[in-house]
Design a protein around this ligand. Structure first.
Ligand code: AMP
Ligand code: GLY
Length: 419
C-alpha cells in the first residue's frame, strides 16, 4: 500500500525509516518531511495541518494509510478530514485529541472515570486561580489549559511564586493541581476504540542540562524500555488509566484511534496520570521504533482500520536516543551550522542518526535548521551498551554549533550499576 506520513521531525524520520522497511509499504510519501526522511520517502511540501491539502494529496497518490506524527494536525482535525474522505488514518479525531489539546478536558474525564491523577481545579480568571491556590499545599503546579509545548507548566515552591505565575498568565484558562512526588515514566499504547495494547515504555529527559538542570525542552534524550515501569506497574497503568480512558472516549462517541502516550508519575500509591499526548513522543519514538519487530506498516494499518491487532513483539535490546541540539536551544537556536560525519556515525553497529531539524543546502551540505537537530539512536544488549554506542556516534559527528546532554539514562544506569 501507499502511505503518507505527516510531519518533519526526528520522530517522523524514525517512523519513515521503519515504515520503509515494512513489507506492506509500497510507496512512502512524507509531507513536508526533512532531509533525513528524504532517505526513505518522497517529500512533498504541503502544510500537514491543512486537511483539504492532505486529502487531495492522498487521493492523487492512491494512499491507503495516512500516519500523523505531530499533534498540531490532530488538534486541527486532519484525521477527521481523512476519515470523512474514506482514507484510513492512524491518529485520533480532533474530539479525541482534546486529551492533549485541553488539560481541563482530560482532568474532567479522569474525574468521571476515577482515573488516578493529581487533584485539580480549573480556573478561568486570575481571581479564581488565586482562590484555588488556597486548596493546595506547596509545591503547587500551575498549567496553561492548551498546547504549550511543555512550556506552560510552573511548579511553584512558594505561595509568592504561585501567585506570580497566576498573575503572569492573566485571565486565561488554567489548571491548578496538586504536586505529585515520584519518578516520571512514559507508557505508549496502541488504541482503537475500547481496545488498547501496550506498545512500549520509555523515559524522556526534559531539562536542557546534565543532572536535569536548566529550562524545559521538548526532550533531550530518551531510552526504552524503562524498567522502572515493572510489568506489574505497567498492567496497573493499563487497567487503571489507559483502558478506562479509551472506554470513556468510546462511550462518549469520540473513540480514540492511534497511539496514546501516557505521562505517568510513579507515586507511593501507584501510577498516576500527569498528562496525555495523542501521538508518539519525540524523542521517545526514536528509541521505541528500532525495538519494534515485524511489519510496522501493517500494524498501524490494523489499528487505523479497526482490524485485529495485539501488542507487537519488541527486541530484547535496549535503545537510547541522544538529542543533539543547536546552541541557544531551547531559546533562540543558532541556525545554518554545518553538520558532517553522519555516515561515519551510522557505521557503528546498531546506530541510526535521525534528522530532527536539518536542511539540505544546494551545495549538498547539511545544515542545522531547528532547535533539536539530530536524534542519535543506538541499540545495545544493555542500556550501558546502547549508551556507549550512542555517545560514540555523537562524537563521530562534526557539528560545531551542536551540544547534547552527556547523562541520558542516568537514573536507570545508576540502578543497573547498583544491582
Ligand atoms: P505536562 O505539560 O503536564 O507534561 O507537565 C510538564 C512537566 O511538569 C511534567 O513532565 C512533570 O515533570 C511536571 N509536572 C506536571 N504536573 C505535575 C504534577 N502534578 N506533579 C509534579 N510534577 C508535575
Ligand atoms: N518528549 C515529550 C513529548 O514528545 O511531548
Amino acid at each position: 500500500m501507499n502511505i503518507l506520513l505527516l510531519g518533519s521531525g526526528g520522530r517522523e524520520d524514525a517512523l519513515a525509516w521503519r515504515l520503509r522497511q515494512s513489507p506492506s509499504c509500497a510507496t512512502l510519501i512524507a509531507a513536508p518531511g526533512n532531509p533525513g526522511i528524504a532517505r526513505w520517502a518522497e517529500c512533498i511540501a504541503i502544510n500537514p495541518s491543512d486537511g483539504a491539502a492532505v486529502v487531495a494529496l492522498a487521493q492523487e497518490r492512491d494512499v491507503k494509510l495516512v500516519v500523523i506524527g505531530p499533534e498540531a494536525p490532530l488538534v486541527a482535525g486532519v484525521a477527521d478530514a481523512c476519515r470523512n474522505a474514506g482514507i484510513a488514518v492512524f491518529g485520533p479525531s480532533a474530539a479525541a485529541a482534546r486529551l492533549e489539546g485541553s488539560k481541563g478536558f482530560t482532568k474532567e474525564l479522569c474525574e468521571r472515570a476515577r482515573i488516578p491523577t493529581a487533584a485539580f481545579v480549573r480556573a478561568r480568571t486570575v481571581d479564581d486561580a488565586l482562590a484555588a491556590l488556597d486548596r493546595f499545599g506547596l509545591p503547587v503546579v500551575i498549567k496553561d489549559d492548551g498546547l504549550a509545548a511543555g512550556k506552560g507548566v510552573t511548579i511553584a515552591a512558594t505561595r509568592a511564586e504561585a501567585e506570580a505565575a497566576v498573575r503572569a498568565a492573566g485571565d486565561t484558562e488554567l489548571v491548578i493541581e496538586q504536586f505529585l512526588d515520584g519518578e516520571e515514566v512514559s507508557l505508549f499504547a496502541l488504541v482503537d476504540g475500547s481496545h488498547a495494547v501496550v506498545l512500549a515504555s520509555a523515559q524522556d529527559h526534559k531539562r536542557v542540562g546534565d543532572g536535569d538542570t536548566g529550562p524545559n525542552t521538548g526532550g533531550m534524550g530518551a531510552y526504552s524500555p524503562a524498567p522502572v515501569l515493572t510489568p506489574e506497574l505497567e498492567q496497573r497503568a493499563m487497567n487503571e488509566i489507559v483502558l478506562p480512558t479509551a472506554r470513556a472516549l468510546a462511550a462518549a462517541g469520540t473513540p480514540f484511534n492511534g497511539v496514546l502516550y501516557a505521562g505517568l508519575m510513579l507515586t507511593a500509591d501507584g501510577p498516576q496520570l500527569i498528562e496525555y499526548n495523542v501521538r508518539f513522543g519525540d524523542p521517545e519514538c526514536e528509541a521505541i521504533v528500532p525495538r519494534i519487530a515485524g511489519d510496522f506498516a501493517a500494524l498501524l494499518y490494523a489499528v487505523a482500520t479497526g482490524g485485529e491487532f495485539s501488542a507487537p513483539e519488541l527486541s530484547p535490546q535496549a535503545a537510547m536516543t541522544v538529542v543533539v541540539a543547536a546552541s541557544g536551544y531551547p531559546g533562540d537556536p543558532a541556525r545554518g551550522g554545518p553538520i558532517d560525519g553522519i555516515a561515519t556515525a551510522e557505521r557503528i553497529d546498531g546506530v541510526r542518526v535521525f534528522h530532527a531539524g536539518t536542511a539540505a543546502h544546494s551545495s549538498g551540505a547539511l545544515l542545522a535548521a531547528g532547535g533539536r537537530v539530530l536524534a542519535v539512536t543506538a541499540l545495545g544488549d544493555t542500556l550501558a551498551d546502547a549508551r556507549d554506542r550512542a555517545y560514540q556516534a555523537v562524537d563521530a559527528i562534526d557539528f560545531p554549533d551542536g551540544f547534547c546532554r552527556r547523562d541520558i539514562g542516568w537514573r536507570q544506569l545508576e540502578r543497573d550499576h547498583a544491582a
